[in-house]
Design a protein around this ligand. Sequence first.
Ligand SMILES: [Zn+2]
Length: 87
Amino acid sequence: MFQCQDFQATLYEFVAGELLPEQRQEAEKHLLGCEACATNLQEYRQTIEAGWTLPQVPPPPRLLERFREALAEQEAMDEPRPANGDS
Ligand SMILES: [Zn+2]
């Protein structure tokens, strides 16, 4: 089962077409139900199309930062955890 963090970890391979067929299938399935990852993928592709030729470097920090924010938002929705600091 593909989670957002798995998708993030394989984003480069996904865009580069280097995922195994089953991984790709899982990633695509995840994308259908995850707006955050779909948006992130789109931006990643746009960044590449805007002048990158799939360099062997990680995505720009700003993109990752944005993605982390989206991820945090989603996690907050998925698992509402009351923060009443009672520990
Ligand atoms: Zn996701």
